[in-house]
Write a protein that binds this ligand. Structure first.
Ligand code: 13P
Ligand code: SF4
Length: 319
């Protein structure tokens, strides 16, 4: 506890000295989120992290999240220095969608509008017409469908299937998945619901279809928090990374939140639903962020320029 506080104080001091601001994702550890809040930084979902980083006047952005978030920040603000606690923090969706294979996939479907999730490399974004995050994925698909466009979707197959079903759009999806959300089990959630019949199920759309089918509300991390605040229910089963509990408890302190089971028998697992890459954003790594070298984000300028187009579409999209 004392050591945590000392580290937080040390990082706060360095942020000030270096004219840097800390932007953290909801899935990072509670102390990282608290530090961002206490130092004038920001905690949010991937869409709002991108917007905040772009608009904040600090010369250096410290991105506590996964690599694609750092890359997005760099593409949107090429003149800022973007540092991450570790560049090893990746994402199974990004890993599962290498640019050469993705490019071939796009070439097979030249008549389709290419929509990629923010959880992809800069190169994949540069090959796309649109970038979306889960908070606007459905609305963008509805918008494109209304324009009569057919969609090529990548990389998350669960989000793709959900958006296809909900929007009625013509979608062909890449076969990627999030290793965290894919583990949630509908049977386990139903078992837990039997013990807590008044609990509502809140699910991130990267969860499997069987989980989304029994969810009361489906949405991005921010939408899950908003749903918990506005719902009349006082108990929730939450199918997304456990890191979100810090904000859920802060936003609705009188409500009870249970992690959705990753086993079929309703048993919860303390280490499950915890993205291993988000967990790499430790305070120790943040304390060394200005010193270690090799953890600055660079994006090749020609690629960044191309990726900027679909990213700007994402940021200016009005649902
Ligand atoms: P959000 O866009 O909801 O922040 O989700 C990002 C993510 O990595 C989900 O697993
Ligand atoms: Fe990627 Fe899943 Fe981790 Fe989000 S939770 S960063 S989608 S692996």
């Amino acid at each position: 506890e004392q050591q945590t506080q000392a580290l937080m104080d040390s990082i706060a001091k360095k942020l000030k000295q270096e004219d840097a601001v800390l932007v953290a994702h909801y899935y990072t550890a509670p102390e990282v989120q608290a530090l961002a809040e206490q130092t004038g930084g920001f905690v949010s979902d991937s869409l709002e992290m991108a917007r905040f980083g772009r608009d904040h006047p600090a010369k250096t952005l410290i991105v506590a999240g996964v690599k694609f978030m750092g890359e997005t920040a760099k593409i949107l603000t090429p003149n800022k220095r973007v540092l991450m606690p570790t560049l090893e923090a990746t994402c199974s969706l990004d890993i599962g969608c290498p640019i050469d294979q993705f490019d071939a996939f796009c070439n097979e479907h030249p008549d389709r509008t290419v929509v990629v999730y923010a959880n992809t490399s800069a190169a994949v974004k540069a090959r796309a017409d649109w970038v979306v995050t889960s908070s606007i994925a459905l609305q963008v698909a509805e918008h494109l469908n209304q324009q009569g466009e057919k969609i090529l979707w990548a990389p998350d197959r669960h989000l793709g299937a959900y958006v296809k079903k909900a929007s009625g759009a013509d979608i062909i999806a890449w076969d990627g998945a999030c290793i965290v959300h894919e583990e949630f089990k509908a049977r386990g959630i139903l078992d837990l619901k039997r013990a807590h019949p008044d609990a509502e199920v809140l699910a991130h759309p990267e969860s499997p279809d069987s989980v989304l089918e029994i969810a009361d509300q489906i949405g991005s991390t921010t939408q899950i928090i908003q749903a918990a605040v506005s719902s009349k229910a006082s108990k929730f089963i939450v199918a997304t990374d456990q890191g979100i509990f810090y904000k859920l408890q802060q936003a609705a302190p009188d409500k009870i939140f249970m992690i959705a089971p990753t086993a079929g028998n309703g048993a919860t697992c303390r280490s499950c639903a915890n993205c291993p890459w988000m967990a790499m954003n430790e305070l120790e790594a943040l304390d060394r962020v200005f010193e270690v070298g090799g953890n600055e984000i660079f994006v090749e300028p020609a690629l960044a320029e191309r990726a900027m187009l679909p990213l700007e579409r994402m940021l200016s999209f009005k649902a």
